[in-house]
Design a protein. Structure first.
Length: 324
């Protein structure tokens, strides 16, 4: 991936400055990056970390805020060199779970998939000058809700959240009539060729983002790219199905830090949700997790491997216990 340094002091729209100012001192959990409302009592543990899918660090619950994060950290854009329309928004040094939200720049609009706690003026400056305007932010699941309401307000774009995870959204009470929060379920189109699909498993609302790159218009003849532009479907999978470090297969995990796998039936339900989708590439929430070809075949074989590791196999559409 190619690192892009951001302009340090870009001009920023007033509404973005106001949104940052308004939320600048709200508590953010240092372990997972979730932002809480002003009314949250800081003597409590973070609700996301107290859940068995995450953890409260042995050193105890600690809090920070956007002001502190902004003085200690900065954003770097990591642009994919195979498809320059895809970039990851990296925070340096890393923070909390340290996922990298993905920026997808399609011909009809740009989208951010997932969120992380830091939002900075250089990043807002970068996102306000994209070739196609930013049209929305969609979040895969509660571990990455982070400061997404602040992002949506500062960038003035809709925020897409799966309704089945609403109980985990810590700032639900702060959502006002001027906020563009879209609670969706099942499938939700974000724009031409781009949609989010609820798969469940890791959380009931865990989802993936699908981009049908074949639906993109061809580049104008006088601006042909110097190398071929990928046209295969691509899925952005977050924790819903994790691209393994091998970058050849997927893992199906209920709790990532506590190493608890997904139940076999939940794995099959995820596989079923994606069965109709044409795709050959997949990427998770980190720059070094990318399956560049045959991702759909990798999903099928990974399901078989994973079920076998848990003591099951499929026989004529039915789960059968392996005799070991
Ligand atoms: Zn937390
Ligand atoms: Zn997660």
């Amino acid at each position: 991936m190619r690192s892009i340094e951001l302009e340090p002091s870009p001009s920023i729209p007033l509404h973005a400055l106001e949104a940052l100012q308004q939320d600048s001192l709200l508590p953010i959990c240092k372990a997972c990056g979730t932002q809480y409302p002003r009314t949250f009592a800081l003597t409590q543990d973070c609700k996301i970390c107290a859940d068995p899918r995450q953890f409260v660090p042995s050193s105890g619950q600690e809090w920070t805020n956007l002001i502190e994060l902004g003085t200690e950290r900065r954003h770097v854009i990591l642009q994919d060199e195979v498809d320059e329309r895809i970039s990851m928004i990296s925070c340096e040094p890393g923070f909390a779970i340290n996922q990298t939200p993905t920026l997808i720049e399609t011909a009809n609009g740009s989208y951010i998939w997932d969120c992380a706690a830091l939002i900075s003026l250089p990043l807002i400056g970068h996102l306000s000058k994209l070739k196609t305007p930013l049209k929305g932010i969609a979040i895969s699941h509660p571990h990455f809700f982070s400061t997404s309401l602040t992002w949506s307000r500062a960038l003035k774009v809709p925020l897409y959240l799966c309704e089945d995870d609403q109980e985990w959204y810590q700032r639900s009470g702060d959502i006002g009539k001027d906020d563009a929060v879209v609670w969706w379920k099942g499938e939700q189109e974000l724009g031409p060729g781009v949609k989010v699909i609820q798969c469940g498993g890791h959380f009931p609302g865990s989802s993936i983002l699908y981009w049908d790159r074949l639906s993109e218009p061809p580049p104008p003849k006088d601006r042909l790219p110097t190398k071929p532009t990928p046209v295969s479907g691509i899925i952005f999978t977050a924790d819903t199905i994790m691209v393994q470090p091998t970058q050849r297969g997927f893992s199906f995990i209920w709790s990532v830090p506590n190493l608890i796998p997904l139940r076999p039936r939940a794995v099959l339900a995820v596989q079923e949700r994606l069965r109709y989708l044409p795709f050959s590439e997949a990427t998770s929430s980190w720059p070094n997790r990318w399956i560049r070809q045959d991702a759909k075949d990798a999903l099928e074989s990974s399901v078989t491997t994973f079920l076998a590791a848990e003591g099951w196999r499929m026989e004529e559409g039915t789960l059968v216990e392996l005799i070991t």
